[in-house]
Design a binder for this molecule. Structure first.
Ligand SMILES: [Zn+2]
Ligand SMILES: [Zn+2]
Length: 381
């Protein structure tokens, strides 16, 4: 058997994590690696099983104590990814594990309706789209309730019968002895796959599964001002429930692509605009194109130093909760460009200027570089 990874490492948590941290780490990773969310990635399935196994142990105080003391070598072993009882029959819905599996017993038992799994969709938007808000079409592969049998898996005109192995309970009890005592684990009945009912004549549409995999097109209204890692829950747009249970939710997580001209910090935007050294010395009015495509005017006063920031109030990103009425600022940093190619006439004029100002002769390299350094580094506000 392959060496097992440390359970804490698997859940990406500290050894001191409290039950809430363990649970939220588990939820996050289970959503990320759930096989339904990663239909084309077989390695996700392994990660998912590993995460389930780690959670089963760390979420149970007594099992966790044993694990902390003995690691994977615990006498009696641990259920989970190694093929013990607990997760033998396929994946089950993520919420099985929250409400029925690891927490023991719980609502309604097996066999009855079960809520469908939550899903996560990562949606990438440009900074312009995040600025104005946008409607996006996405394609979500998910499991939906079969229309033909309305989810019970039986062919039209027939009904499912009660399972004789588990007596309709949907689960069977496994007993396990460890040094801390006897644990009882409930595992889904393998005859009926935890449904408590057996279908004699399967529905031809879904082969008796009651659910069917479909790719669904959804329109997402991306709110203006959306930022990285914000999530939008879409109620009931996750996977279909089992036996009439409610559907899970779909969490759309936003990722805003970096922009070549604008950098974002919260609601504020930052950009850099080159100006010539004569514009910096004499002053000028320059025009900026904002993310939203408007033009903003910046008055550069006489004697402006490189790195000076001009703030265009209310030209930044909208507030995602309060909308475009509440926008951040656009901060424009000017960068004074020192000309690199001067012809003889220009050089002559600059030397005359230097002489007029009583500066040292401009062909002295050291003096020139020092002034450049001063111009670049000396002013950062
Ligand atoms: Zn069906
Ligand atoms: Zn059964």
């Amino acid at each position: 058997m392959v060496t097992k990874r440390d359970f804490y490492e698997v859940l990406e948590i500290e050894r001191t994590a409290d039950p809430n941290e363990i649970k939220s780490a588990y939820r996050k990773l289970a959503r990320k690696y759930h096989p339904d969310v990663n239909p084309n990635d077989p390695s996700a399935e392994d990660r998912f099983k590993e995460v389930q196994a780690a959670y089963e142990v760390l979420s149970d105080d007594s099992k966790r104590q044993v694990y902390d003391r003995y690691g994977h070598e615990a006498p009696g072993g641990f259920p989970g990814a190694g093929g013990g009882p607990g997760f033998s029959g396929g994946f089950g819905d993520i919420f099985d594990i929250f409400f029925n599996g690891a927490q023991g017993g719980g609502r309604g038992g097996r066999g009855g309706p079960q809520r469908g799994a939550d899903m996560q969709y990562n949606l990438e938007v440009s900074l312009e789209e995040a600025f104005s808000g946008v409607e996006k079409q996405i394609r979500v592969p998910r499991v939906e309730t079969c229309d033909t049998c309305k989810g019970n898996g039986a062919a039209p005109g027939t009904t499912p019968e009660t399972c004789t192995v588990c007596g309709g309970q949907g689960q069977v009890r496994h007993t396990q002895n460890t040094i801390l005592g006897t644990f009882q684990t409930m595992a889904p009945c393998s005859r009926c796959n935890g449904r408590g009912k057996v279908v004699k004549t399967p529905c031809p549409e879904c082969q008796g599964q009651g659910r069917i995999r479909r790719t669904r097109d959804l329109t997402i209204s991306v709110p203006a001002g959306v930022d990285n890692d914000m999530q939008m829950p879409l109620k009931g747009e996750g996977e279909a429930g089992l036996l009439g249970g409610p559907s899970g939710d779909l969490y759309v997580e936003f990722h805003v692509k970096p922009h070549p001209l604008f950098e974002r910090r919260g609601r504020d935007l930052f950009t850099e605009v080159p100006i010539s050294f004569t514009q910096a010395a004499l002053g000028d009015e320059i025009t900026i194109t904002t993310v939203g495509g408007d033009s903003g005017a910046v008055t550069v006063p006489e004697g402006t130093q490189t790195g000076t920031i001009f703030r265009l109030r209310g030209q930044g990103m909208p507030d995602v909760l309060r909308g475009s009425a509440q926008r951040g600022d656009l901060n424009v940093a000017v960068k004074v460009e020192i000309p690199t190619k001067l012809d003889d006439e220009e050089k002559k004029l600059l030397r005359q200027l230097a002489a007029l100002r009583g500066e040292k002769a401009a062909h002295e390299p050291k003096g020139f570089f020092e002034r450049v350094k001063e111009a670049v580094l000396g002013h950062d506000e």
